[in-house]
Design a protein around this ligand. Structure first.
Ligand code: G3P
Length: 227
C-alpha cells in the first residue's frame, strides 16, 4: 500500500501546510518524488484529505483517526470517512496526539480493518516494542524532545533507531520501522537508513522551508544513496 523506503511529510497544522497551501506543498512533494524516483507520502489535516488526494498522485495519509465506527460519534474522525476522502493510511499516537494504550490498540485494529495503512508513532525503543504487539504496518520512532529542533534523531540518538529496529523486528519482522525528529538533510536520512530505518517522518525540515520541492529532493537523495 505504501512503498518503502519512504519519506512521510507530516503537514501538522502549519500555516504553510493548511488549505490551499496543503495542496501546493503536496504538489511539491509529488514533483520531488517523480524527479528522484522515491516513495513520498503526505500526512495532512483531516479537512484537507479530499482536496490533496484529488490533486496529487502520491499517497495521502490522515494524521489521526479515532477508534469508532458509523453512528453517534459527533466530532470524531471516522476511519471509513478518511478512506472515502482518499487517504491510503493514517498516523496514530503522534507525540502531539498521544493515545492511551487500549485506545491505540483498538485504533490500530479499526484503521486496519477499514483498509488504511497504519503508521503508529513511538517515543523510544521500549514504546516501539510495546506497540509492535498491536500489529501496525509501520512504527515511527520519534524522541519528542528533538521534534522541531535543529539536531536530528540520527545525530543525537542513533541508538534509538537501531534499538527500535531490533526490538520491533524481533516481535514482527513485517513491521516497517521509520524514524523522525529534526531530520533536515540527506545525511540525516542516510544515517537513519544505515541504522536500519526503512524511511523517515519529517515536518519542519520541509514545511517551513522557502523552497519545498528543493527540501524534499534533498531528503530523497539520502534515501537514493542507499540503493
Ligand atoms: O511527525 C514528524 C515530526 O514530529 C518530526 O517533526 O519538525 O522534527 O521534522 P520535525
Amino acid at each position: 500500500m505504501l512503498d518503502i523506503p519512504i519519506i512521510i511529510i507530516n503537514f501538522k497544522t502549519y500555516k504553510e501546510a493548511t488549505g490551499d497551501n496543503a495542496l501546493k506543498l503536496a504538489k511539491a512533494c509529488e514533483n520531488a518524488a517523480a524527479k528522484e524516483g522515491v516513495s513520498i507520502a503526505a500526512a495532512v489535516q483531516a479537512c484537507d484529505i479530499c482536496r490533496v488526494a484529488e490533486g496529487v498522485s502520491i499517497p495521502v495519509l490522515a494524521q489521526h483517526v479515532d477508534s469508532i465506527s458509523f453512528g453517534r460519534n459527533t466530532g470524531f474522525i471516522l476511519p471509513e470517512c478518511v478512506k472515502d476522502a482518499g487517504a491510503k493510511g493514517t498516523l496514530l499516537n503522534h507525540s502531539e496526539h498521544k493515545l492511551e494504550h487500549g485506545v491505540l490498540e483498538s485504533s490500530v485494529k479499526v484503521a486496519k480493518e477499514c483498509g488504511l495503512a497504519v503508521v503508529a508513532c513511538a517515543t523510544d525503543s521500549e514504546d516501539a516494542k510495546r506497540i509492535s504487539a498491536m500489529g501496525p504496518d509501520f512504527i515511527a520512532v520519534e524522541p519528542p524532545e528533538l521534534i522541531g529542533g535543529e539536531v536530528s534523531v540520527s545525530d543525537a540518538r542513533p541508538e534509538i533507531i537501531s534499538d527500535s529496529v531490533r526490538a520491533v523486528k524481533e516481535i514482527n519482522p513485517n513491521i516497517r520501522v521509520l524514524c523522525g525528529a529534526g531530520i533536515k538533510n540527506r545525511e540525516d536520512v542516510k544515517k537513519a537508513v544505515e541504522l536500519g530505518a526503512e524511511g523517515v517522518l519529517v515536518a519542519s525540515g520541509v514545511v517551513v522551508c522557502e523552497d519545498h520541492e528543493k527540501a524534499v529532493v534533498e531528503l530523497a537523495r539520502g534515501l537514493k544513496r542507499q540503493e
